[in-house]
Design a protein around this ligand. Structure first.
Ligand code: FES
Length: 144
């Protein structure tokens, strides 16, 4: 008995055999791409950055910023740390920090947000979620 004949006796067509792994991967992939701010699956935000690390060196300069786990952390020109969701509330693009204008800017459609996450101009209509920051020595904690 040939393979296709065997599967035919089970009521399974060749198309079903080849589609099953594809459909399975699509389902898994779609659930894996949803990462809330803070990473992980719970969306809980509480992590600490070691500012002596080269990875976060830009935060030692006023006007510097980094993005980690869908949160943008910036050091304003006044030396104040600000942490906001980096996911634009319009259509989800990643925002950047513009120190000269003291704002967060979305490169996709031009929305701007203030240092408190509020909308300065649309098309976004909702504020970015703001997180707390606490600096202890060279450790910067970001938390909800
Ligand atoms: S995605 Fe940010 S303004 Fe449209």
């Amino acid at each position: 008995m040939k393979r296709h004949e065997f599967f035919s006796t089970l009521g399974i067509s060749a198309g079903m055999i080849y589609l099953a792994p594809v459909l399975s991967s699509c389902t898994k992939e779609s659930t894996d791409t949803t990462t809330p701010p803070g990473g992980g699956t719970s969306g809980a935000v509480d992590f600490t950055l070691d500012l002596t690390s080269a990875t976060y060196a830009s935060l030692n300069t006023n006007g510097g910023s980094i993005v980690k786990d869908n949160i943008i952390i910036a050091k304003s020109s006044a030396g104040v740390f600000v942490a906001l969701s980096s996911i634009c509330t319009h259509q989800g693009s990643t925002i950047g920090f513009e120190n000269a204008a003291s704002r967060f800017h979305c490169p996709n459609h031009g929305s701007n947000f203030g240092l408190d996450g509020s909308v300065l101009n649309g098309p976004a209509t909702s504020a970015l979620k703001k997180y707390n920051t606490a600096l202890t020595g060279t450790s910067l904690r970001i938390f909800a």
